[in-house]
Design a protein around this ligand. Sequence first.
Ligand SMILES: [Zn+2]
Ligand SMILES: [Zn+2]
Length: 149
Amino acid sequence: MPNHEASFSLQKVSELLRREGLRMTKKREGILRALFEAKGPMTLQEIQSAAGQQSAATPDYATVFRTVLLMEKLRLVHKVNLQRSRSHYELSDPHKHYDHLVCRDCGDVVLIDIPCPIGDSEKLIARQYGFRDLSHSLEFFGVCSSCSK
Ligand SMILES: [Zn+2]
Ligand SMILES: [Zn+2]
């Protein structure tokens, strides 16, 4: 994963959470580190165990749940629809764009880094329907190259 810009650093995100009244404990910091070092969207359970590896103390599930949901509300994290029973989350840097390619066989998730295929349509939709501040999440499902060998 490419480095996050200074504008969206671990420090910046903890500062925003602190401003919302969240105490920055070691365990919460572990949750943030886990999200920043994620290779792809993670379930709350995966965030919990990765956070444990980050901070030596595993946060309880309720702490992960509350922290991630508050981050989602603040738009620091978003949910990715992988068509699986559990929700997957990833960081949401406002300067970046997140569309995904998902392998139906191995479940691999790739962040697409070509210009957004529907960027122009989004502007058109906003104009046409009088909406502002639009966002979207686009997931393409297919079979990856190693699975199709
Ligand atoms: Zn695959
Ligand atoms: Zn897009």
